[in-house]
Design a protein around this ligand. Structure first.
Ligand code: MN
Length: 319
């Protein structure tokens, strides 16, 4: 696993040349010109639009490229917010599904363009690949379209807390074989943490899809709650070992803010089931935004406002 200390100084400014020399380093995939100049999405470049401003926004698990992705809601969320730093905490694009069959509606395109546009307008955008977009892990340390690719990062909040930002699939095996670790000790923990990478590299070489903890959890619904809390504890344990104050992850599609020992555990949720984001305000306070719930509430308020005024009788007096 990559070092979690400060990001290497060289990593930030590495921009692939427009015309790479023959035999040069492989360039990041998928950034055609029609995606690059993205100011024609009809919202007037955001001028006049009322946007809520946060210091940092964390989103993950959009699974673009699958029918389950709520790209429309995510696009709406992105267009109505601005931030200094946007963390894309993995599984944004579902490379495994796209390999099975191309599914890429306009709304999914629009999400990518909205993110690129934010980068162009000064937001620092950091992409931390997950297991469903692990193909991007080959390009960690590079930057393209103004988006930095990192294996993980340490985010410093406005109130000075250090938060490890990581997708979370790295802990799948540990979560699954939790009981054995209790039995075999800390050596097994380290081994399982490493084995997660090996097993999935092997599966990838064999053309098998990534084994998914989330999918496994769903098949065993009875144990889902137990799996989730075990995942949270394993992630917090790993964060504690790295000496940070907290951890931000995604992966299990379950938004949460929870104190586990000395570690504050944050999960930004997903845009398949729950449509949630994690946001940091100017004072360093983090909270979960439930965008589906919010949009629904606004629609309800709108309906109430535009409804025909009715005669209201209060205590026998028409008012
Ligand atoms: Mn994942």
């Amino acid at each position: 696993m990559a070092s979690l200390s400060a990001r290497p100084v060289t990593a930030r400014s590495v921009t692939p040349p427009a015309n790479p020399p023959q035999g040069g380093r492989r360039l990041p995939p998928m950034l055609p010109d029609w995606l690059r100049d993205g100011d024609d999405d009809g919202d007037g470049g955001g001028q006049g639009a009322r946007r809520t401003r946060y210091r940092t926004i964390f989103i993950s698990d959009a699974h673009l490229g699958t029918a389950g992705s709520n790209a429309g809601l995510l696009l709406d969320f992105l267009k109505r917010h601005e931030c200094e730093t946007l963390y894309l905490v993995g599984d944004i694009v579902d490379g495994w599904q796209l390999r099975k069959g191309w599914y890429w509606p306009q709304a999914h395109n629009d999400v990518v363009r909205a993110v690129l546009k934010m980068a162009k307008h000064g937001t620092r955008v950091i992409y931390i690949p997950g297991n469903h977009d692990e193909h991007f892990r080959d390009y960690v340390g590079l930057e393209f379209g103004g988006i930095e690719l990192l294996a993980d990062d340490v985010h410093v909040t406005a109130d000075g807390r250090r938060l490890l930002v990581i997708h979370g699939d790295q802990f799948d095996n540990v979560v699954l074989y939790h009981k054995w670790i209790a039995f075999l000790g800390d050596g097994a923990y380290t081994l399982l943490l490493k084995s997660n990478g090996w097993v999935n590299r092997l599966r990838r070489l064999c053309g098998l899809p990534y084994w998914s903890l989330a999918a496994h959890m769903k098949k065993r619904v009875k144990n889902a709650v137990q799996f989730i809390s075990r995942f949270e504890e394993v992630v917090a344990h790993a964060a504690a070992e790295r000496g940070v104050d907290g951890v931000v992850c995604g992966h299990i599609h379950s938004a949460e803010i929870r104190q586990i020992g000395d570690i504050t555990y944050y999960n930004d949720g997903d845009w398949v089931e729950s449509c949630t984001a994690l946001v940091e305000d100017g004072a360093g306070t983090l909270s979960i935004v439930d965008w589906a719930e919010r949009v629904e509430r606004e629609a309800r308020d709108d309906r109430a406002r535009t409804a025909k005024p009715r005669l209201v009788v209060v205590d026998g007096v028409a008012g």
